[in-house]
Each structure stands twice: as C-alpha cells, then as structure tokens.
Design a protein. Structure first.
Lengths: 161, 392
C-alpha cells in the first residue's frame, strides 16, 4: 500500500462520512471535501496525527451562492492534500486555523481581502493586498465584480477619490 | 510597554524590485519588540486577470509575476495546465526546463549575495559578485535570447532547443561561475566583515521554521531538509542525482552559506542534465479547450516552494488560477526573526529571506509620546546600522 493509500484509509477510519470524496489524483496529490463544522477537527488530526506540518496555501473561489475554501497542506513536503469546504456567500464565515498553523494568518488575510471571508479568531484581518481607501464590501476576486468595475475604482483612486 | 516603545515604519516604496512591503516595527531602545506587515502596494490582480484570458495568454502573465524567477512561474504554470490536459511534455523538454531553472537559480542567488553584502556595508563583495553574475546572465541570453523573462516554457514543452554550440558555451561559463563561487564561499567563512554582521543574527530555530511555514533557503538554513525538487520531483529532477543543501546555523550566515552552496549544486545539476539529456522533440501540440478538472503544481523557485492551483471549466479560460509565491510564505518567519533583534540588523535580516527586495525607499520614525515624525531613507537606516556596529 502506498503512503497516500495509508493516509486515505486512516482518514476514512477516523472521519467516516464527515470527510467525503477522498481521492488520490496522482502520486503525491490528494483531494478531499468536508464541511465548515468538521474542518478544524480534520486539520487538527492531519496536523498532529498524520504529520501534515506545512500549510502551503489557502485558495478561495467564488462559486456563485457559495465560496469555496481549499486548504493545501503538505506531508513531509511531498504529499499535498487539498481539503475543501464551502461557506455561504451571504455570510462567509469560518473559524481561523492560526492556532494549528501560525502561517495561516497571512493566507487568511489574503482571502479576507479578495473574497470577503471572515476568519473568526484571526487576530489581524486588516487589509493586506488592497489599498487603504478601497471601498468596503467590494471583493475583487468574486465573480460578480467585473474588470471594468475594478478599473473604475482604481481610476477614481478609491473611495475618497 | 506602550509608554516606552517607538514605532519605526519601513517602506512601502522599494521601487527597484517587485515586492514593496511596509513593516511597522515596534521598538524599545535598540530592540524590535513587535512587527506588523502590510504588502500589496503593487498588487496587480494577476489571478483575476488570468480568469479573463486564455491559457496561452495566462502563460505570458505568469512569466511576469516575478522579474527574477520568471522561469519558476512559467514552469509551475505550464505543469499545472499540462496536468489538466493530461499531456506529457517530451523528455528532452523536461531536461531543458531543468537547465534554465538552475541557471535562473544561480543568477538569483548571486544577485541576492550581492544585495546581502551591500546591506552589511561590504560593497566590495557586492561589486565582485555582480560582475561575476554577468556570466550567468550571458548564459541565459545564449539559451533563451533574453537576460530576463526567458520565455522558455510553453504548454506542452519548451520553445527553444539547446544545440552543441550553446552547450559548449554553457559548460565554459559554468567553470568560471564554479571557481568564483568557491572563492567567495572560502572568503565568507573567514571574513570578519561578514561574520560580525551575520553570525547569530536573525535567528529562526528549526522548530519555528516548520511552525511558521518557512520555505526554500530560509527553511534549509534552519536545518530542515525540504526542497520541492527532491521531495515532490518535477521536470527531470527525478532523473538527476543531486544533494539538498542544509545548514544548521539558523542565522543570516547560514542563509548565505545555503545559497552559496546551492549555486555549486546547481552547476552540477546543469552538467548532469546536459549529459543525460535525450534527443528528440521539444514540444507537443495541445488543444486550447480544457474539460473541467483541477491541478496543483509546485516547483522549487530560487526563494522556495511556489504553488499554482488551477481549475478548468471546459472553456479556453481557467476558472481559477491561484498563485502562492515563496516570499509570502516566508513573511511570518521573517517577523519571528526580527522580534528580539536590533534595529541595526533589520536590513540584513529582511534581506535574509531574499524577499525580492533591493531598497526600502524611506523610513518613518515616529515618537508616539511626542508625536514627532522623522523620515529616513533606507540609506540612512543602512548607515545607522553600520555606524552603530562601528561604535559597539
């Protein structure tokens, strides 16, 4: 059994139906899905029991009614596991994981800036990438924000313009 | 502590390089007690732009994410797109990718060594290193036609082959680079000008390096053996034997030594790649539309792990293209290194993670009690650092 299959079996055993669609796409690439309720528990298990000690990145994507968050974690810098969750776009909210991965702080700030997801418990969600005078409530990476709209905001020089 | 701390604001203008950042240092006497970071001053929205362009146009955008490690970005990007397509680039093209990637690493590490020397006031070393760096810049030009933005990669392979004459020129240039780099490493290990400013400066312990998610030479200088080329091989790295360079000094000197030794290792990798490179095609033709799928691609850029996550949706534009650059990954570790250190060490510690950083435009010193503000240039901070060490 490959290391990837061992990890897959362990996750299945510990989480049952709470972690779905665990797939090994190719060697060293795994994907899985869970929900906002079980994310933290899963990451705690992955961090401490499975030794996924490196958080590579957090990807956010606007799916229309929901925002998908993908946490890319690495085992021994080799196996990348991407665990996906969805949060409602009306109130995109999820608990921070800085207590598990301190490096998550800056990635959560990035997603907060660009997609408006609130990470409860993150000590610093101040703007990281967008200008200080960027209008509130406009999240440029959301699909309903067009390039024209972004261009217009930039030409006006932001909110105070 | 708030009564006695002073805020020192560094940045955000670093006009010479890609990533202007602002660091707000909370200082007490000569010590840094807290750091806050603000980036994004040249955030260009490339991820958004990619969603609105074809895969081929995205290739040219990815080339322009970074001016120093442009080849790492296109390699990471095309690997992701090739995985989405289910296309295998021809073997010869994978070796050419290795050659260009390692030439780029040499140029990036030498550029960094020059900057590091400048930050500690050792401008003689800076001048020598940058003179020798021209050798590798010429090699890159011979290989690709360009000194920067090599435009080597394309979806399905590479755009330019390596012929016998070019290979001979590369081998000749590598010998010069090898001799010079060995000379610098021999000198740096003994030179007090370097040692006094880098030993035990900007400490990042082994456990902190892992905890704060450090990548690249930064994590390897803290004794952690992590290198995407070895751990998650791509291109032709699984067919070329090489060593992962690790130092356990955990300080700025270790970061210099790791990069210096990596230059020598890169030279060996290129020699091996040229020796083992098979004959054959250098690219395959691909179709422009990609059915829904997702791929996660990683490469070891000169600064560390670079990650692209690409999702396709059946059209010729990607649905999402997420980019995570190594400098962002190293920011939390950088904050850890700065806290507890001297203000005078800030320039070299900042430079230590190689944050695509050449010059901080101005420094604003604010006395919170009196509300006084002084504007410093980076030169003033650098001079302050050198003077402060001289008096000590």
């Amino acid at each position: 059994m490959s290391r990837e299959e061992e990890i897959l079996e362990k996750i299945k055993e510990s989480f049952g139906d709470d972690v779905k669609n665990i797939t090994i796409k190719r060697s060293r690439r795994m994907f899985a899905e869970t929900d906002a309720k079980h994310l933290k528990e899963f990451l705690r298990y992955a961090r401490h029991e499975l030794e996924f000690d490196h958080l590579s990145a957090i990807t956010g994507e606007d799916l229309g009614d929901e925002i998908e968050l993908i946490y890319h974690i690495a085992y021994q810098n080799a196996i990348e596991l991407s665990i996906k969750i969805k949060v409602p776009k009306e109130d995109p909210r999820i608990a921070t994981i800085v207590d598990l991965y301190p490096s998550a702080g800056i990635y959560e700030r990035e997603v907060h800036d660009l997609l408006g997801v609130v990470f409860d418990g993150n000590p610093d969600l101040s703007p990281l990438l967008l200008p200080d005078n960027w209008p509130k409530g406009v999240y440029p990476l959301r699909k309903d924000v067009s390039l024209e709209e972004i261009r217009e905001i930039l030409e006006k020089g932001g909110e105070k313009g | 502590m708030s009564g006695s701390t002073i805020k020192v604001i560094i940045g955000p203008q670093h006009p010479a390089l890609k990533e202007p950042e602002r660091f707000i240092l909370e200082t007490e006497g000569e010590y840094v007690v807290d750091v806050k970071v603000r980036i994004g001053y040249i955030h260009r929205g490339i991820e958004k732009a990619m969603e609105n362009r074809t895969y081929l146009q995205g290739l040219y955008l990815s080339e322009r994410v970074c001016g120093i490690c442009s080849d790492a970005h296109t390699t990471c990007y095309v690997q992701g797109v090739e995985e989405l397509l289910g296309v295998e680039p021809p073997p010869r093209s994978r070796f050419i990718r290795v050659v260009v990637a390692e030439l780029e690493r040499i140029h990036s590490h030498l550029l960094w060594l020059g900057i590091a020397a400048h930050e500690i006031g050792f401008d003689t070393l800076f001048m020598y290193v940058w003179r020798d760096r021209e050798v590798v810049m010429d090699l890159l030009e011979i290989v690709s036609g360009n000194r920067v933005n090599y435009a080597t990669n394309t979806i399905g392979g590479v755009r330019r082959d390596l012929n016998g004459e070019r290979i001979q020129k590369i081998l000749k240039g590598l010998k010069v680079l090898e001799d010079r780099t060995k000379e610098y490493l021999r000198m740096i290990e003994r030179e007090q000008t370097v040692l006094k400013r880098t030993v035990d400066v900007g400490i990042l312990s082994r456990s902190d390096a892992i905890k704060y998610g450090a990548v690249g030479p930064t994590v390897r200088a803290s004794g952690v053996k992590r290198d995407v080329r070895a751990d998650d091989p791509y291109a032709a790295y699984d067919e070329i034997p090489f060593n992962v360079i690790v130092e356990d000094g955990c300080d700025c000197l270790a970061r210099i030594m790791v990069r210096g030794r990596e230059v020598l290792e890169s030279i060996q990798i290129i020699r091996e790649a040229l020796k083992r490179m098979p004959e054959g095609e250098i690219r395959v033709r691909v179709k422009p539309r990609i059915p829904p799928a997702e791929a996660l691609s990683r490469v070891e850029a000169p600064r560390g792990e670079l990650l692209y996550f690409i999702r396709s949706n059946g059209t010729d534009n990607p649905e999402r293209c997420k980019i995570r650059t190594p400098t962002l990954a190293n920011i939390p570790s950088l904050c850890k290194m700065l806290v507890g250190g001297y203000i005078a060490d800030v320039p070299i510690v900042l430079a230590g993670i190689d944050p695509c950083f050449a010059c901080m435009d101005r420094v604003l010193v604010i006395d919170r009690e009196k509300g006084e503000a002084k504007v410093w240039t980076l030169d003033m901070l650098r001079r302050y650092g050198r003077e402060w060490y001289r008096k000590r």
